[in-house]
Design a protein around this ligand. Sequence first.
Ligand code: BES
Ligand code: MN
Ligand code: ZN
Length: 486
Amino acid sequence: MATVGVECLVLGVFEEAELSGEARSVDAACAGRLKALLERGDFAGRAGDTLLVGELPGIKASRVLLTGLGAKKSYHRRSWRKAWAAAAAALARTRIASCAVAIDRPEAKQLDDYYFGRAVAELTGAALYRVNDLKTGKKAPAPALARVLAGPVRTAAAAERGLAHGAAVAAAAQVQRDLANLPANVCTPTFLAEQARALAKRSASLSVRLLDAAAMRREKMGCLLAVAQGSHQAPRFIVLEHRGRAKAQPPIVLVGKGVTFDSGGISLKDPPGMDEMKFDMSGAAAVIAALTFAASLRLPLHLVGLIGAVENMPGGRAVKPGDIATSASGQTVEILNTDAEGRLILCDALHYARRFHPEAVIDVATLTGACVIALGHHHSGVMGNDEPLVRELLEAGVRADDRCWQLPLTEEYAEALKSNFADFANVGGRDGGAITAATFLSKFTQGLKWAHLDVAGTAYQGGAQKGSTGRPTPLLADFLLQRAAR
Ligand code: BES
Ligand code: MN
Ligand code: ZN
């Protein structure tokens, strides 16, 4: 590592100022300068801390960046990720354009060469991401970091593959974040549809079909249209298709909730935090991102993305509590709460998926506040009617470090959706709200292999760091890579 021709070497230091293995060998090459620095107490190795050191004798790189690994005895894959994320963020604040990541990895079982490359590239992409903001002042200069090498590896080919896949995941997550961060007055259903069209134009494997309100009426998408009718923004139903194989093959269908703004409709939401409902199209953005990903790596898969894009608004024409809509499946729904609009969009989109005779259907939605109460912001919720598919998603989430957690979806919960006037009500009370929402969707996915990701708590952050996180794009990307390899 001491002889690598990059501007900066990134090395790890354990808590209590202990040089990691890689750092020790670099220290030997520079006559113990690093050790001396630690002995002076300049850097303690706490997780998240970094220190930039310049011009060490005997080291080709002009700087070394030390990053804290935390306690040695609890060092694992996630501590490694945290250390590199902190280092990448520090590098993004400098003019350094190239670096080598030589942070000691936990045992290979936890992070092999391929996933090492993946994580290096994914986290670099996240660190370099800048919100496309509308501030009028002087902009900070864009980060310079352009070349990132993955430190010592056993099989260079595996690491290279990981770096390439990781860069594609990062680019896809950026697509999701850019779309989701846009304000709802810019990112309207029409805008989302045009983005999908532009994307399809740029890629040979992608094609797009857009349905306007009249076409949706022909498809009898009464639930989706019920949500749309209160808004002046015209709805769009987006069908994006990636054909990565010459031979026809049943597709994987991804379905995204694309509510470009969720005011709650007549069941109006409370003002605090209502601005965050511009993120209610995160599922749609993740589906667009997943198709971008598949196209960019030319994955040998047949993939279909379905997006119901609408704005949920109150108004003279808006759907009212108690109104009954007929879904495309023919089943009727009593809309007791107009704020439970996501499931009304998804039910018609899920029904549309049937015509593809799909191998699997996965919907992605910021569906319920109840899921945030249940799981907080670390895990997405996952439910479904096919255990192997749910397990696949759980495992993809672990590998991608974009985890989800399964909630039960058993028949008892259907009780809550009984209506006196229609086949179902669209809400089932506060208790188990994430599950009753999924139960509603399950009424439209019978006979399909289906799983549902509730990303209400994970797709974006509030507070000082407000913005899209790009989740669950890494999870979906990992799932697709596994499917492409099988
Ligand atoms: N988009 C919201 C869910 C949501 C809430 C996402 C908080 C992110 C953060 C969804 O449309 C909604 O309003 N759901 C209601 C359902 C209820 C009326 C049964 C909810 O969760 O309160
Ligand atoms: Mn809502
Ligand atoms: Zn919503």
